[in-house]
Design a protein around this ligand. Structure first.
Ligand code: EPS
Length: 390
């Protein structure tokens, strides 16, 4: 399974084409819209989120509620496009019109793709960079991840993305029970946090950053349960599923770090305290007594919940000006903006969930086949039976 996305932040739409989705999978727009709505919520978002009401249109590959095996096209309209038709239109502009559209961007914002992208693609108007590098693209990645979750749900695999830290406020973590229990608390929290007390402090930290014209980052966690043993492979570097997940998570806008299980903490501990002891139960088969390695050994899932952490830097679009240099005049200036989110960590938890879901679903189909659901169910059930009796 593979996908491509296209679309600019203020262009007419975002598009994804997903190839390799098995046939006979029940799929509706509602399955995807639910996740799009989750991404739009969260304390700390800016005014753009009041304009957008993200809804997917399924334009190909699904007929009468079921996938056909053909490529699936997902489209999400940008409602804000109506304000940008001249600035973002595909047709060439007359000289007159060009003068009228005086929104050429020559002032790179520190922390964004603006300057590097402009130099790389030789754009004197950095709108050509920032429109595509915008985190608006995460909308369509969530749509793709939602489709992945529909596949996984057929095999009882489910995921939850939630917030562990915002700024210097840390949630107190309880032992993981189930995705359902976790979601029951996190999905009703404005900061998508399981610890209500910490959640209030996180909101205060976001308010404080906003008051100061600043932004604030955080750490999210994604947990996937009921993942079978053996997704990914030890056999080659580019088949290691933890490696693929790390790439996918780090590719989310503003993400600067990723951990699996204990992650960096494992490096500070002795091996006897890090590795998960193996146990056996006739009903369950082999399992681990703990899950410090976050469900991975040797680049493969080990049947324990997959636990991924992602670190998001504070959004670089700041009301508090930072020093930069105009690419035309070469004069220094202090960057100023019209609107921004002060914190998008609660939304980023949903994006990270989508990224992890995609990688797990793709690895799942690699292992169990990808033509039609009935064949995949058969291969999966046979394998699970063998694994249990191993
Ligand atoms: C973004 C800047 C803001 C955010 C946007 C990501 O948009 P605008 O420039 O239109 O104010 O609102 O996020 C989204 C639109 C979204 O759907 O998450 C950026 O520069 O990355």
């Amino acid at each position: 399974m593979r996908f491509l996305t296209a679309g600019e932040s203020h262009g007419p739409q975002l598009t994804a084409i997903i190839e390799g989705v098995p046939s006979q999978l029940p799929l509706t727009a509602e399955d995807i819209n639910e996740h799009l709505a989750r991404r739009q919520k969260g304390y700390g978002r800016g005014r753009r989120m009041q304009i957008e009401k993200d809804q997917v249109q399924i334009m190909s590959g699904v007929r009468h509620g079921k996938t056909t095996g053909a490529p699936i096209t997902l489209v999400i309209e940008n409602k804000d496009w109506t304000h940008w038709t001249k600035i973002m239109g595909a047709e060439p502009l007359s000289e007159e019109e060009e003068k009228e559209v005086k929104r050429k961007i020559t002032r790179p914002r520190p922390g964004h793709a603006d300057l590097n992208g402009a130099i790389k693609y030789r754009h004197r108007d950095m709108r050509n960079v920032l429109e595509r590098s915008s985190a608006r693209e995460t909308t369509v990645r969530v749509a793709v991840g939602a489709l992945a979750q529909v596949i996984l749900k057929q095999f009882n695999i489910s995921l939850a993305g939630h917030v562990l830290e915002i700024g210097d406020v840390k949630a107190e973590q309880k032992p993981f029970e189930s995705v359902k229990v976790l979601k029951d608390t996190t999905e009703t929290s404005e900061v998508r946090c399981a610890d209500e007390n910490a959640g209030e402090k996180m909101k205060a930290a976001i308010d404080e950053a906003k008051k100061n014209g600043d932004s604030i980052g955080g750490i999210v966690e994604v947990i996937a349960e009921n993942v079978p043993i053996g997704l990914g492979s030890f056999a080659h570097y580019d088949r290691k599923l933890d490696g693929k997940i790390a790439q996918s998570v780090l590719s989310i806008n503003a993400f600067k770090g990723v951990e699996i299980g204990l992650g960096f903490e494992a490096a500070r501990m002795n091996g006897s305290l890090v590795h998960d002891e193996i146990a056996y139960d006739a009903d369950r088969g082999f399992y681990r007594k703990s899950n410090r390695l976050g469900g991975f050994e040797g680049g493969m899932t080990n049947g324990m919940p997959v636990v991924v952490h992602g670190a998001m830097k504070p959004i670089p679009t700041l009301y508090k000006p930072l020093q930069s240099v105009d690419i035309d005049s070469k004069e220094p200036f202090t960057a100023s903006i019209e609107r921004s989110d002060s914190c998008a960590v609660p939304a980023a938890a949903v994006v990270c969930e989508a990224a992890v879901a995609w990688e797990i679903a793709a690895a799942f189909l690699d292992k169990f086949g990808s033509d039609t659901m009935a064949d995949i169910h058969k291969a999966f059930n046979d394998y699970q039976e063998e694994a249990r009796n191993f």
